[in-house]
Design a protein around this ligand. Sequence first.
Ligand code: TRP
Length: 344
Amino acid sequence: MSIAPGSDFPPPRGDRPRVLSGIQPTFQLHLGNYLGALRHWASEQHSYDNFFCIVDLHALTVVPDPELVRSSVLELAALYLACGLDPGRSVIFVQSQVPAHAQLGWILECHTPLGWLERMTQFRSKAGTGRERERVSAGVLTYPDLMAADILLYNAEFVPVGDDQRQHVELCRDIAQRVNTLRGEVFRIPEPLIRATGARVMGLDDPTTKMSKSTALVKPAHAILMLDPPDVVRRKISRATTDANPAVVEPVGAGVANLLDIHAAIRGDSRADTVARFTGVSYGGLKQAVTDAINEVLEPVQARYRHWRADEAVLRTVLADGAERAGVVADATLLRAQRAMGLR
Ligand code: TRP
């Protein structure tokens, strides 16, 4: 039987649709995070009611060192601001500072069939099938419920993420729908918002895999990090995988396609225009142009990053203010969920 949670649904919606997204404070962000996510979040802030989270509880599944967690949170906060997220337009906050995330996470875990979690691609790749399962934490399995809590607490309509997160947002929808079916209207059903440009930046060393933070940690040549100085960017791009052709000719291989896509995403050009522009250009010339484009976008972000990172007091104030504003919204949803479960 369903217990109607009361008249506080649907939650009031402002004049702009709400977005929520988050990034783990682990390792450094790379160019793919910027082109696929952060850049869009920043440039579209005026169109949405924005919540941007630093998901430190998620980071516990992979980074046990407390000092690293502490400094990574501040680093990521500084990067958010450096990329143009504006605390006047966006609520910027740390997940663990809003207790409702962990509280709703548990409730959602209790409404998620184990099979749904076991089938997630990320779980399967992290937990393997054999002995690794004995070692990875249970958090790696239940991670999607915590992520669903992040999203649902804010009644988010859209979740702007990279393509790799689509499955997680789909699962969040399934979980929310299941709770709504079983317990009455509790959650607004969110939608993924995945941008075509920059959504898939591939590894420089292996253009068949997506650029990833954890791979970058073991293979530095894999990714351009957001804080890489210009000469490091130059070196990494000069070593990027291409193919045996002497110059850009269609059909291009995966490595050259990736370089062209990076250039197109940065400049805001179409793939076709970019191919046309570089056809016949040597790989050396292409790499030079891609290096220059990357350094042009990263240098101002890095300068702003250094400015923000140097002022921990201001960073902490921004985050405390964000947690307070986030908490008001999150607590209202948590209460609605608790009532629907018979907990209040
Ligand atoms: N799972 C996301 C990632 O690994 C991070 C994340 C956690 C997130 N909670 C979220 C993204 C909520 C969007 C919305 O990138």
